[in-house]
Design a protein. Structure first.
Length: 278
């Protein structure tokens, strides 16, 4: 009597199931995030960043898609935590209130880490960026630095460190008997730059990589003087998010160590603004 094929079939099925289970276990191990995020982010499968998507090359829209160095950095950090990055476009003057009211998990928006802001939020620094003046090509007003802005009109984005720095510089000029700076603020940084292009202001003041981007993409613009006041740029979080801050700090260190950060900064011509000694 021939041997029944049934036992062989059972063994084959069991072997296939075992192989499938082993393969699934291996896949699960491969899919495990490099950094385990806090439970709320892991459960949502995403981290939501508030970003003012009007600040090229750090964040801006290409069509309807947000792009830029911060978008790439936020996405790289999210991947290390095994989740997706989502970016909520938020006006910069209301971006910290949006974070504090839990409309996002963190801010990544070219935000300078300053003592005043640290009273409200935690920071995980990832760049060090100076500020620069931009003028029309040919520099018709002969702008050389902050002191030369006396009596001139300068555009800047509202709510930024740049705006505060200009206000301080203007007060110092007035204190020594010179004309103050007329500061014109705009809700979008791109509008502040356009005010210079259309001759509504004499100069524009912003972060150095942003000024470099505007000049590269529009030959009617030029630098005026040297970059000033280098300040760390950080991801901002609520003060009760210490665990997330630790995860993000580890993620930023990882992007520096594995070369991801320098590849991103190279893509956006921002390598000069990398943090040192990471």
């Amino acid at each position: 009597m021939p041997r029944s094929p049934l036992p062989f079939a059972i063994v084959l099925i069991a072997a296939l199931l075992g192989a499938s289970a082993t393969g699934s276990a291996h896949a699960a191990r491969r899919a495990a995030p490099a950094i385990k995020p806090p439970a709320n982010i892991a459960k949502a499968h995403k981290i939501v960043f508030c970003s003012d998507v009007t600040y090229p090359p750090e964040e801006f829209y290409r069509g309807s898609t947000p792009v830029g160095s911060d978008i790439d950095i936020g996405s790289a950090v999210a991947r290390l935590m095994g989740v997706k990055a989502e970016f909520a476009n938020t006006g910069f003057d209301g971006i910290i209130p949006a974070l504090l009211s839990r409309k996002c998990d963190a801010i990544i928006s070219g935000m300078n880490d300053t003592p005043t802001r640290r009273k409200q939020v935690l920071f995980v620094d990832y760049l060090r960026v100076g500020q620069s003046l931009m003028v029309q090509k040919g520099n018709p007003k002969h702008v050389k630095g902050l002191a030369s802005l006396s009596g001139l009109t300068v555009s800047v984005e509202v709510g930024t460190t740049n705006a505060g720095f200009l206000q301080t510089a203007s007060k110092r000029l007035a204190a020594v008997g010179k004309k103050a700076i007329t500061i014109v603020t705009f809700p979008k940084d791109t509008d502040a730059a356009n005010a210079l292009k259309t001759g509504k202001v004499d100069a524009y003041f912003g972060d150095s990589p942003v000024v470099a981007y505007y000049i590269k993409t529009d030959p009617s613009f030029a630098f005026a003087g040297q970059p000033i006041n280098p300040i760390p740029v950080g991801i901002a979080l609520r003060k009760d998010e210490g665990a997330l801050a630790a995860d993000l700090r580890r993620a930023i260190r990882t992007t520096y160590k594995n070369g991801t950060m320098h590849r991103i900064l190279g893509r956006w011509n921002m390598v000069a603004f990398a943090m040192r000694r990471r």
